[in-house]
Design a protein around this ligand. Sequence first.
Ligand SMILES: Nc1ncnc2c1ncn2[C@@H]1O[C@H](COP(=O)(O)OP(=O)(O)OP(=O)(O)O)[C@@H](O)[C@H]1O
Length: 595
Amino acid sequence: MSESPVTAPSPARKRRGNMQLLMANRLAAAGLFIFGFIVVVALLAPVLPIPNPDLTDQPNRLLPPLSQGHLLGTDHLGRDILSRLIWGTQVSLLVGISATALAALFGSLIGLVAGYARGATDSVLMRLVDMLMAFPYILLAIAIVAALGPGLLNALYAIALVNIPFFARNIRGVTVSIRNREFVDAARLSGKSHAAILFTEVLPNVLPVIVITMSTTVGWMILETAGLSFLGLGAQPPTSDLGSMLGQARAQLFTAPHASIIPGIMIFVLVMSINLLGDGIRDVLDPRLRSGALDRPMAVTRIERKTKPAPTLADAPALVVDGLSAGFDNGGGVTPAVRNISFRLGKGECLGLIGESGSGKSVTALSLMGLVASPPGVITAGGVYIEGQEVLSLREQELIGLRGARVAYVFQDPLTTLHPLFAVGEQIAEAILAHQKMGKTAAHARAVELMESVGIRDAASRASAYPHELSGGQRQRIGIAMALANEPDIIIADEPTTALDVTVQARILELLDALRRERGLALLLITHDFGVVAQVCDRVAVMRHGEIVEQGDTQDILRDPQHDYTKRLIACVPELGEGHGFLDRVRPLFKEAGA
Ligand SMILES: Nc1ncnc2c1ncn2[C@@H]1O[C@H](COP(=O)(O)OP(=O)(O)OP(=O)(O)O)[C@@H](O)[C@H]1O
């Protein structure tokens, strides 16, 4: 289409860069600042005006902090603690980061190969990893260093080795889920070698997980290295790291506590800053966390309306939507998804909401009951009136109480909305019990009745079937039965037949049509198919780029569409036996529109 979509963010609202997102997380920013400061100071150790860290001065041993010439005092050999702290931090950082890099390299390689190859390779590699995991890791590290001999380099190898399983298992899990994806199949079909697929198709998808795992484990590895040095198995004199400083000072814990407290605080601050930074990096690299989708969603969409709509409407039909606008918080502002939506829907009436994919139909439908997930969803203007009462101004619990009771939803693919581990009858009964007080047996009997009313044959026995045991059409009937469970006044059906074949589609539409007529339901039917609208709806509202561009009686609009876009949507309904004529008829319409 030639027009730019309404959701295209303006330059001012462009998604913030990763660094800005990281900085917006205060804890991560604090972690970055502290860690950055420590790294810079440790790197500048050779040029800083500090004494030689190994220079002993027996007469001035165990001087307290703030002594002349020794800001943090001296240790049991009279060495300057500040200087040793800075040099020791440098060593701890170097060993911790190197161990993380080694563990990440070998662990990820094992995970990638095992997850991609599966079969015997997977079993052998993962059993080896399991063997490593069978021992308490710090004991294993001590045993390895004891076997190799004490020393920083051996401590580094030991820490890297005991952390390999952590990477291997994580990366294998992600690789297994990626290896069966269509783009990997496509690469295989294109003749790429396994190695090429592994490194060009799988690895780029696994890389963020490797980075996240590294950022969250590096602090842990620094701590483990310090542990080995504390026990005298890591840094050997005269080299010292934070752990060995702590170990050497423990004999003077009561006479000169500062000698052990200072390196202890340093280890704490260093590990804490890395962990805070690591958590922040994880949130930034994971797109789901970045948009806030994995945050606990709010029970009702965030509502930020500049002007409050009138609390009630006189002489209002079942549903009135007045000037509704909603969008998504992109971190720097709200990107609009639907704008100024208004329509009315009476009892027993069916309104079709039609538009191409992305035109904002679902956001409109979900906004009516504050169901757009927040974050990132936001309702920015307008009102929704049910029987004349503005519902978005209600208290949260009141609005939640309306869901499923006065207003019910039927979604596109019931396989994703039905719980796979519960029998369908049980799920309908649960929907009844959510709003009505009755015993479980009565709820189950009512569920069977509802199943019968939506045309499921042999309902009593089918009630104990699980969703995967039913056909697509039967599942959608269960979805409709659940929507009817509490005798709602309004049903919002969001593309209820899109996932079904044409014959089942026709039957489900007939069912919805019959139900709204028999029960006087107001039916809002969302679709992208004018054929469906023509079959069921009294009136239709055409949506494009988040706005309603035309609405009116279905017959009038079918006969005399005003908007070009409506004309094109109507032209897209093929006629039986039309064959190639359909394309010849439709193509010029889209060429004219530059689409
Ligand atoms: N969680 C989200 N975050 C950001 N933008 C979103 C989100 N969900 C939807 N949108 C945007 O809102 C706009 C409207 O989407 P909506 O799902 O309402 O379209 P639709 O007309 O129902 O499409 P379809 O027929 O494919 O379901 C789209 O441009 C979409 O990209």
